[in-house]
Design a protein around this ligand. Structure first.
Ligand code: SF4
Ligand code: SF4
Length: 447
């Protein structure tokens, strides 16, 4: 590792920069690798989320600064910003900035789902297919999210704020900046309150996010936003289907048409993911109480396209794949040792380009037409009276509280740290105040 790489990755760790696209992978690890191409994932393909687009509208230079630092750290000779060409007002400005930076270009992409899947982005940008179970570094690429690079540009300044979109069933959908740890309820109030009765929300995009009903849960560094919907909405019902229910319905109704496989983005990249075969194994498993040991779901990236778009019967192959992966994990079978993992180099399906799912059609299929609002930038300030800083905001070892109840802390102070050598990075106070409750899950700060 070069001196610069060591310094930059150290700054990222000190600042607590993690993947802000939802995954929360500690960014300092990526900065320690070697790559030929650094990619900015600005595709933001989850319907209704707008935060990357708004960051690029307001602070594009900072994102390019972060990209430049990452390129230098990993030794990349090229940088690319992958963004959908529908953002036609934004693209000329991005191209202008790219032209002023060395070896950086803008990649215009179609408006399909999941364009923002990092393996799809790598393929679109380079024609290279990430090997099954691998990561972009395996083909010389490193991929970073827009907000992650924005935060990287300021490192070692601690990450105490994050950008979120609140969309769907609220009176004034918006995209704005909040202190980490604020409750989602306060974000909804910032948007004028609920516009639907008996609301639930999807934390993250409608495709890959999780359904929640507790609006007092806090925003974390990896939060991208929430979609508020009535609890009775078809999407909430589908995403909360229990294993006995999706197994029973799947066993009786799947006609093995294989549309789920034919439209699967990872199958179309040449990976051996075949959700229709996982569905078939529901029959062999005997009943929902039995384990699912189909290995055809192991490389599923859980994009939900099969369950929420492809299946004409409205079945849930994604959940079958998730269940099979969990059962196989118990049996100590994973992507490194499964029998379908051949060493041969995968090749994208010849008709891949014709099987991309347009986001406009996806929104209709999801029943989100009435909730698909612009969520414009709101520059207002949200000043919560208390925040809860979660100790597990990233992939890796959770933080341990580094403060005691009653202690005074200033904004930016470390309130949770990870043991030296463990994967992870510290979490910081997002407001100045007095420490309230402290437990292994969170540190509360009363402003
Ligand atoms: S698309 Fe639906 S019905 Fe067809 S094979 Fe897949 S799960 Fe079965
Ligand atoms: S969720 Fe379905 S479509 Fe998406 S990767 Fe998994 S199997 Fe393929």
């Amino acid at each position: 590792m070069s001196d610069f790489s060591a310094e930059f990755s150290g700054n990222l760790r000190t600042a607590g920069v993690v993947g802000a696209g939802g995954a929360g992978f500690p960014s300092y690890v990526k900065a320690q690798g070697k790559a030929e191409i650094a990619l900015v994932n600005a595709a933001e393909c989850e319907p209704l989320l707008k935060k990357d687009q708004k960051i690029l509208e307001h602070w594009p230079e900072k994102v390019f600064d972060g990209l430049g630092l990452l390129m230098r750290a990993v030794g990349a000779s090229r940088g690319m910003v992958g963004i959908k060409r529908k953002h036609e007002k934004l693209i000329p400005r991005l191209k202008e900035i790219a032209a002023s930076r060395r070896n950086v270009s803008v990649l215009e992409m179609g408006d399909y789902y999941p364009a923002g899947d990092e393996q799809c982005l790598v393929y679109e940008a380079t024609g290279r297919v990430v090997p099954p179970g691998g990561i972009p570094l395996d083909v010389g690429c490193v991929v970073s999210n827009v907000e992650t690079l924005y935060n990287a540009a300021f490192a070692p300044r601690p990450v105490t704020e994050t950008f979120v979109t609140v969309n769907g069933g609220v009176k004034r959908p918006a995209t704005f900046r909040v202190p980490v740890g604020v409750a989602w309820r306060e974000c909804v109030e910032f948007c004028g309150g609920f516009s639907v009765k008996d609301p639930a929300y999807i934390d993250g995009g409608p495709m890959m996010g999780n359904v929640r009903t507790d609006f007092d849960l806090p925003v974390v560094k990896a939060s991208a936003g929430i979609i508020v919907l009535p609890k009775t909405h078809q999407l909430i019902a589908k995403k909360t289907q229990s294993r006995p229910v999706f197994s029973r319905i799947g066993r009786s109704a799947c006609d093995q048409c294989s549309y789920c496989t034919e439209l699967c983005p990872r199958y179309l990249l040449g990976h051996n993911v075949q959700p229709h075969r996982v569905m078939r194994s529901l029959l062999f498993a005997g009943g929902p109480e039995h384990k699912l040991h189909s290995q055809y779901g192991l490389l599923c990236c859980e994009c939900s396209l099969c369950s929420l778009y492809s299946c004409p019967e409205g079945l849930n192959p994604r959940e079958a794949c998730v269940a099979a992966k969990a059962d196989l994990r118990e049996a100590k079978i994973g992507v490194k040792n499964f029998r379908l993992n051949t060493a041969s180099k995968p090749e994208a399906h010849p008709v891949r380009d014709f099987r991309k799912v347009p986001v406009s059609r996806l929104v209709k299929r999801l029943g989100l037409d009435d909730y698909n609002k612009d969520a414009p930038w709101n520059d207002g300030t949200l000043s919560p009276s208390r925040v809860r800083i979660m100790m597990a905001q990233h992939i890796g070892a959770p933080c341990a509280p580094a403060v005691k109840e009653g202690q005074r802390v200033e904004k930016g102070a470390v309130v949770g740290g990870v043991p030296a050598g463990a994967l992870g990075c510290p979490v910081h106070a997002s407001v100045s105040g007095t420490v309230g409750r402290v437990n292994e899950r969170y540190v509360e700060i009363i402003a």
